[in-house]
Design a protein around this ligand. Structure first.
Ligand code: GP9
Ligand code: MN
Length: 434
């Protein structure tokens, strides 16, 4: 065993946060549908514009008794954007400090990822649905190495004429046209939908607009259009839920929804001030960091134990959370995240650029902030400085462990208990595997 692998393994077992017995196995045996809500930020949840909810359907799920939602959940992506989010959710390891892990390493990386784990531990079939080309972010290769049985990309859909935006098939059509394939999957299945319509520049044909919804007038067209495509995304998800209920799949499916990263870049973020009831003249780095919150919503029909959880976490924590809800122990896996439902987890959120945020403090672009008062801490006391240094070194260490693991492909030297290495060659995405 290479020494570096031992270091990562020791680090991971030292930071294993355990399970929460109240929720462990709550969704055992259910289908899992992950809805990747492109560029969708937490600030849009429960947001009203001109008196109207931007995302009424998502809000209703967010507050539903069968839903556990997190309102301090941060995206942790780097330059790999969507692909970094996917990598974190599937593997509980970070993307790379530069570039996209999918693109740079995805041709022969050893992954111990959700589709493989769920298949081997609980007999799940798997599929990804996406309205863009299969080659984007090197998904054609990456998904095979992750153990995805099906990759239903634009090859499978008619996206001619007005059926697509720049980023591919419009979301409502993606959901609708995916159904014949979804229904071929053996249950239980693990299915991921990557939506695209709520992607910058947030443009949409007039025919797709809800004439009832009047968007903001902030001075930034990007911001105003963002809420319009948010609203479209909300309608698309609603239509999909209607299908799930009608088909009967709903009762036996856990639906996980998350936003992958911001839609509004920092250059436009201050135009959100009026919408958020803030002062745009006082807009600063902490305001931008606060906007890195994205939704993380777990909907388990019939659970009735739902609540909104306020603790701090992020995308790195998703895989163990889902696995534990399915009653799959993660003890033998190399994962850098911690179950969001565990009581013994850390509340430090590491951003990919080594900045960090906790419920009380943040370190952003070389400055410390008080999260509660939204002020810069100019001269921290010696003891506070010590605390910041400790947090920083824990953040650096976590990222370094992930980078070492991924850049040196160390998982090829480690096969967890109950895991068989994935044979990428056995997957063929030109036909459906059930
Ligand atoms: C492309 C889509 C967008 O297929 O997933 O990726 P992004 O630009 O957000 O990284
Ligand atoms: Mn994205």
């Amino acid at each position: 065993t290479p020494k570096e692998l031992t270091q990562v393994k020791d680090y991971v077992s030292k930071h294993y946060a355990g399970i929460n017995p109240e929720f462990y196995g709550k969704a055992k045996g259910k289908n899992v549908i992950v809805l990747h809500l492109e560029s969708f930020q937490q600030m849009s949840i429960d947001r009203r514009i001109n008196g109207q909810e931007v995302t009424p359907f998502l809000n209703s799920i967010y507050h539903d008794q069968g839903t556990i939602a997190f309102d301090n959940f941060f995206n942790q992506v780097g330059q790999g954007k969507t692909s970094d989010a996917e990598n974190m959710l599937e593997t509980s390891t970070f993307g790379l400090p530069q570039g996209s892990l999918f693109s740079k390493l995805g041709n022969d990386q050893t992954f111990q990822a959700m589709p493989g784990i769920l298949q081997q531990r609980a007999g799940y079939s798997s599929a990804v649905f996406h309205g863009n080309q299969g080659t984007f972010w090197n998904r054609n290769n990456v998904y095979k190495h992750m153990g995805y049985q099906n990759w239903i990309s634009s090859d499978y859909f008619d996206s001619t004429g007005k059926k697509a935006t720049t980023w591919g098939l419009k979301d409502k059509l993606l959901f609708r046209d995916s159904v014949p394939y979804l229904e071929l999957l053996q249950q239980p299945f693990y299915a991921k939908y990557l939506t695209v319509t709520n992607h910058t520049p947030f443009t949409l044909d007039r025919a797709d607009l809800d004439p009832e919804f009047v968007t903001s007038d902030t001075g930034s067209t990007l911001v105003d259009n963002y809420f319009v495509t948010n609203h479209y995304l909300d309608e698309a998800v609603k239509e999909f839920f209607t299908y799930l209920k009608k088909s009967g799949l709903y009762d036996n499916t856990m639906v996980v929804m998350y936003g992958d990263h911001y839609g509004i870049p920092n250059t436009d973020a201050k135009y959100l001030a009026s919408v958020l009831g803030k002062d745009s003249d006082k807009w600063g780095d902490l305001d931008n960091a606060n906007l890195q919150r994205v939704p993380f919503i777990v909907h388990i029909p019939g659970m009735k134990k739902g609540y909104i959880d306020h603790q701090f976490g992020g995308e790195i924590d998703v895989a163990p959370t889902i696995e534990h809800l399915l009653g799959i122990s993660t003890k033998s896996y190399i994962q850098l995240g911690q179950d969001l439902l565990s009581k013994d987890r850390s509340n430090v959120v590491a951003f990919r650029n080594k900045d960090w945020i906790t419920p009380t403090y943040a370190s952003l672009s070389g400055r410390y902030w008080s999260v509660k008062t939204n002020e810069i801490i100019v001269k921290p006391s010696a003891s506070l400085q010590k605390k910041f240094d400790d947090i920083q070194s824990s953040v650096n260490k976590k990222l370094a462990m992930s980078d070492n693991l991924n850049q040196k492909n160390l998982l090829r030297f480690y096969t967890p208990k109950k895991f068989k290495p994935i044979d990428a060659d056995k997957f063929n995405y030109s036909k459906i595997a059930t």
